[in-house]
Design a protein around this ligand. Structure first.
Ligand SMILES: [Zn+2]
Length: 60
């Protein structure tokens, strides 16, 4: 099971395309942010994340 990150919204997924924005994925990413509460999370604000989920900090 290969984990990849979306180049657009940085969602981490095991699916062939991003489940949120259908953009291309990259397997070259680093860091992991788990957002439980997008509205109350400072990380989510900085990363402009509006939904809970798992996100890569950097995608190349
Ligand atoms: Zn995406």
């Amino acid at each position: 099971m290969k984990v990849k990150a979306c180049r657009e919204c940085r969602t981490i997924t095991t699916k062939p395309v991003c489940p949120k924005c259908k953009a291309a994925l990259s397997d070259d990413f680093s860091g992991l942010a788990i957002v439980m509460d997008a509205e109350g999370s400072e990380i989510a604000k900085v990363m402009k994340i509006t939904e809970k989920g798992r996100y890569a900090l950097r995608v190349r």
